[in-house]
Each structure stands twice: as C-alpha cells, then as structure tokens.
Design a protein around this ligand. Sequence first.
Ligand code: CA
Length: 381
Amino acid sequence: MNDDKKTVSDTTPEQPDLSRRKLITGAASVGVAAGALGFPAIVRAEPQIKWRLASSFPKSLDTIYGAAEVVAKHVANATNGKFQIQVFSGGEIVPAFGVLDAVKDGTVEMGHSASYYFYGKDPTFAFDTAVPFGLNSRQQSAWMWEGGGLELLREFFRDWNIYQIPLGNTGTQMGGWFRKEIKTVADLKGLKMRIGGFAGQVISRLGAVPQQIPGGDIYPALEKGTIDAAEWVGPYDDHKLGFNKVAKYYYYPGWWEGSAQLTAYVNLKKWAELPKDYQQILEDACAYAHAEMQARYDVKNPIALKQLVGSGTKLTPFPKEVLLACKAAAEELYAETAAANPRFKKVYDAWAKFRADQEMWFSVAEASFDRFVQGNPLKTK
Ligand code: CA
C-alpha cells in the first residue's frame, strides 16, 4: 500500500472499550433482550462418541503403534473426554492385515496401517505409503498437503468406503537384516525375504521370494529360518524386535522406502456422521502425531544404531549394481502396472511429475548441504 495521505490515526486500530461498566451494561442488555424474546440459552450438547481403532502394529512399537494412542489422547483432551478412541494392537480385535477391510465394512470405525500392505487389492495403495525409489518423508508430506497427493488418494480411498488421513512417517528406512551377504544381483536368487508392500514385486523380478509378514511375527520367522532376510523399519524398531540376534548383516538404504507414510482410515459413513468440530480435532490430532512420529524416529534411530554396531551388527551398504538392477525392475513394474490399471496410472503420472521437480530442487540446496556437513562434521570440544 502506498498512500501519502495516510495519517497516524488510519493505522491505529480503534481500541475496544473494555471498561467494566461497559461490559456489565452490555451483558445486562443482552440478557434482557434474550429474556424478553423468550429464547432459552442454546448451548449445543457435544455428543459422547466412542470409537474403536484397529492398528496393524504390535504394542511394543511405541513409535508406530504409539501414534494412534497420541491421536486418541489429543482427541479426548480436546473434547473434554467426549470423543473417545480406543486403540487395539494388530491381531487384538482385527488381524494386522485385516484392518482395511474392517474399516471398509464398518466392523471398526477407524484403523491405522500402512496402505501398501494392500497393494494386492490394488497397487495404487502403494502411493499412500511408499513406492520403491520414490519420495523421502519431506517430499511425501509436501505431495500430500500441498502437491495434490491428498486429493488424489482421498478420491481413490472413497471407492474403499474410507476417509484417509496421513498419520505418521518413519523417514528413510533401512534395507533390513540378512543372514548372508548380498554381493551381486545373483545373491537375490531364491532369497526368501520379508519385505513391505510393492517392493516385493520388484525383488521377485530378480528371483527373490517376497513374504508379507506382520511386524509382530517377523522375529520367529527369521529365527527359525523360514525366511533368509527381513526388513521392518530402522534401527530403533528393529533393535526392539531383536533382529540383530538372528541376522548379522544390516543393509542400507531401504530403497523401497525413501519414507513410509502410515495412514489413519476412517469409515466413510462414520466420518460423515461426526460433528464438524470433532472432524477438525481428529484431523489436527493426526497431523500432530504425524510430525511427532518422525521426530521420535530421528531422535531414537542414531542411539539404536550405535548400540547395534557396538554389539556386532555389520552395517553394510547395498552394492550399486544391486540398487541399479532393482531400480530397472521397478521402472519396468511401474510401466506395466500403469498400462494395466487406470487408477494406478492417474496417481502415478501426477506423482512422477511431482517427484521429478522435487529431486531437481532437493539436489540443489538440500542434498549438497547434507553431503558437505556429513562429510565435514563441525569440530566440537
Ligand atoms: Ca519397511
């Protein structure tokens, strides 16, 4: 604004008259008017609502399972205890991989899961969690809230009778635990590996045998040798689940999970029935827990990594040859899936365009900053 005639009084907001006398007379006159017209004082009673939330995760994982409890606590506090969400761990009332159907069918009002578990129903679900060689957690959040991702995924989830709300991100994951070293692509042949979501389709193209196993059941499978390798999340959770006791080599990065977004599912009808303020409170609580989960992982992972390496874990990067072969297999898979599935194609095309811009931008300031400070740590005394 460029107004020469502007005076001081123009920019000084009028001070409200907060004198006690004025407030008292004001209040009294409102009371008289309402009383005179015979209106009762209308205070809308907030309904008492009790929901059940089925998680896909074991209680022992305070980060990933705990996010749903954070939401429940925030929602209860913000509604004076009127909106209660009871959280159940994977298998407690619904099997870990039954969460999507349970919410779709209204068996429970809410769920918390990783949507890529359900890629067998439709590979489009993978975009809601992680797609191999895809976005990191900053980029995933940018795509969700500002890049059009949320609109696309909510449209997709509508057909599953679900209202989707992002609820957590683990950050870039580790490549998991292997009993034997992976030196070449040939070492993947016949390897039975527990691996999350869409990535299974990538490694199966290279001869591996992917297994989808819920978090709580991985340890016994790896211990018994039913599987040769397993990935879960990262140092903190993996240490908690004890994988270091049954496999020696800890590979990185988890190229299939540059980030992994977790998601709250709300049955569409139950969502529509929820008062507007409760809807807002629930969305806000999920957004808070989403940010908190990433912060928890970033604080806990380095501590756990040091403990793991200190107790004999062999930290090992995947050979570049293996990464390049997996990337080529992923590109092939995306092209074939997009050609066969218009829902996948619609999301993939928008996602791929968004991703290209993000990688261009992140390679300039972000990545060069990271590379420099990590390679040249500040000297501290
Ligand atoms: Ca994983």
